[in-house]
Structures are given as structure tokens and as C-alpha cells.
Design a protein around this ligand. Structure first.
Ligand code: G
Ligand code: G
Ligand code: NA
Ligand code: MN
Length: 254
């Protein structure tokens, strides 16, 4: 359909690039990690655009596989370059969509690429969604996550609270962290229920020794309220949008 055709054209024209969004320590304002998101680049102006075609692309088996491979190549290269310049590099989190995660060679391909760039353990993390764990089945998903974790790739459960049976997922899989979905963060200062849900997720994360990241933080009021709840890390437009490597990681574009 139309969205996919647009996505395929853009991939073929090689006009995609990674954009890095800071994840910030709410108390100190320091960048503690990044989430990397795919962006189409406008060749002429260099402006970053993000049509909905991205989501379509990551749900198409072949396109998702190609994009994931390209994405890792760019991200690992950026990370390598950053380290080679003696820069300290906070971990970079890459999204794994359900369809790419479903491949039975997902972890092997990921790790082979990581080897190629010889990145230190802890440099790269992976975000998976509940759907990504459900579709391939628990035994397979667990095996893939273990392979990644054994090599120092930490695993975050993305969009926590948006699906269902999330609690059993926390028992089944060895997560290092979870991200509170922006739909809950959006209304924490306005709506008592959103406030209660986010507050409860933060406490749960603390008791399970998980690193909690609140997504979609757009205002100072939200940031302050999250801090008051004991949430340590925030991500969102209030701190910074997803930015090209040159800005976010302070390395020149290649
Ligand atoms: O930032 P944005 O609105 O473009 O993200 C749209 C959707 O596309 C989000 O669900 C996001 O997780 C997903 N997405 C963006 N970049 C990547 C990527 O590199 N890999 C995967 N699997 N999903 C991505
Ligand atoms: O699906 P995932 O959680 O990986 O995607 C994160 C999405 O959140 C991306 O589409 C990204 O562009 C978007 N995003 C980043 N910061 C903000 C923000 O402050 N507010 C909102 N609404 N979305 C954000
Ligand atoms: Na994500
Ligand atoms: Mn998310």
C-alpha cells in the first residue's frame, strides 16, 4: 500500500539516518543514555522529517530486516567514532520491532554486527515491546534476550502499560529497565489516574531494581512531578528532540 511504497523508495534512495534522543537524569540534567530513532533525511535541506511511513516500514518483514541492519550499521559506526575520539559514550538504545525480533537469527545477526565494530559491552541496549515478545513465543524470545544480555546488551521493555498482562512479562524475562509509555506521562499533572499509574510504575520499577525511563516528557511541570515520584530518568521534547549524530553525540556526519 501507499505508505510502504513510500518507505521502500526512501530506503532505496538511501535517505534515512539515525536520530538520537537524550535520556536525561532528572536531578542533574546530565545525558545518561540515548534512544535512537530512524528519520528520513531531506537531501536538500538536511531537515529531519518523520512521516508515518516509518511505522509501516517497521511492520513489513523484508523492509524491517533491511532497515534494522542499516540502522545498526550507522549506529555502531557512530558509537565507534565517538569512542575513538576519546569521548565518553552513554549507552545507545535501539528499538527492535516485533517483526525483526521474530526472525530466528535476530540475536545472532545483531551480535555479529556488534562484533564487527568491536564495541565494548554496555555501549548498546535494545528496546522491545510486549508484542515483540508475544509473537515469537516465550522460549524463543527468552533465548534471544539471554544471548544479547550475555554480551552486555541490556534489555528494556518499551511502552510499558500499553499492552496487557505486562506484570507476567516482568516475571518471564530478564529486563534491565522499562519505559513508561508517554500516554501515561502526558496527563500526570492533570489527571489523578495517570498520576497514580505512573507513581505506581516508578515504585514497582524501584522494587524490582529496574531502570525506569519516563517517555514523552514535554514540560517542566511533568519533569518536576516525575522527580517528586522518584523517577530518575526522563526523555522527551522538554529536554531535546531526536537529533542527528553531529548534534547529539557531537561527532561529524559521515
Ligand atoms: O519517532 P517516531 O515518531 O518516528 O517513531 C515512530 C515509531 O517508529 C515508534 O514506534 C518508534 O519506536 C518506531 N521506530 C523509529 N525508529 C525505529 C527503529 O530504528 N527501529 C524500530 N524497530 N522502530 C523504530
Ligand atoms: O514507540 P517508541 O516509544 O519507541 O517511540 C517513541 C516515540 O516518541 C517516537 O515517535 C518519538 O519521536 C516520540 N517522542 C519523543 N519525544 C516525545 C515527546 O516529548 N512527546 C511525544 N508525544 N512524543 C515524543
Ligand atoms: Na522505543
Ligand atoms: Mn516507547
Amino acid at each position: 500500500f501507499h505508505g510502504l511504497r513510500v518507505a521502500r523508495d526512501i530506503v532505496d534512495q538511501d535517505t534515512v539516518q539515525p536520530a538520537y534522543q537524550r535520556q536525561v537524569d532528572l536531578l542533574t540534567g546530565k545525558t545518561v543514555s540515548y534512544e535512537v530513532l530512524l528519520r528520513w533525511s531531506d537531501r536538500v535541506g538536511g531537515a529531519l522529517k518523520a512521516p508515518g511511513a516509518i511505522a509501516d516500514a517497521f511492520h513489513d518483514y523484508h523492509l524491517a530486516t533491511r532497515l534494522a541492519f542499516l540502522m545498526r550499521k550507522w549506529v555502531f559506526r557512530d558509537a565507534k567514532q565517538c569512542l575513538a575520539r576519546g569521548g565518553s559514550l552513554p549507552p545507545i538504545s535501539i528499538n527492535a520491532s516485533p517483526v525483526e525480533f521474530m526472525r530466528d537469527d535476530f540475536a545472532e545477526t545483531f551480535l555479529a554486527q556488534l562484533d564487527e565494530f568491536d564495541l565494548p559491552p554496555g555501549a548498546i541496549a535494545v528496546e522491545v515491546t510486549e508484542q515483540g515478545l508475544i509473537e515469537p513465543g516465550p522460549a524463543y524470545a527468552l533465548r534471544a534476550l539471554r544471548l544479547l544480555k550475555d554480551r552486555g546488551v541490556s534489555i528494556t521493555l518499551d511502552d510499558f502499560g500499553k499492552g496487557y498482562s505486562s506484570f507476567s512479562r516482568l516475571l518471564e524475562y530478564p529486563f534491565d529497565g522499562l519505559k513508561i509509555d508517554h500516554a501515561f506521562v502526558k496527563n500526570i499533572t492533570l489527571d489523578a489516574s495517570s498520576h497514580a499509574i505512573v507513581d505506581t510504575i516508578v515504585s514497582l520499577g524501584e522494587r524490582l531494581s529496574l531502570t525506569i525511563v519516563a517517555e514523552g516528557v514535554e514540560t517542566k511541570e511533568q519533569s518536576d512531578m516525575l522527580t517528586a515520584m522518584g523517577c530518575r530518568i526522563g526523555q522527551g521534547y522538554y529536554f531535546s528532540p531526536p537529533e542527528p549524530a553531529a548534534t547529539a553525540l557531537r561527532i561529524p556526519p559521515c
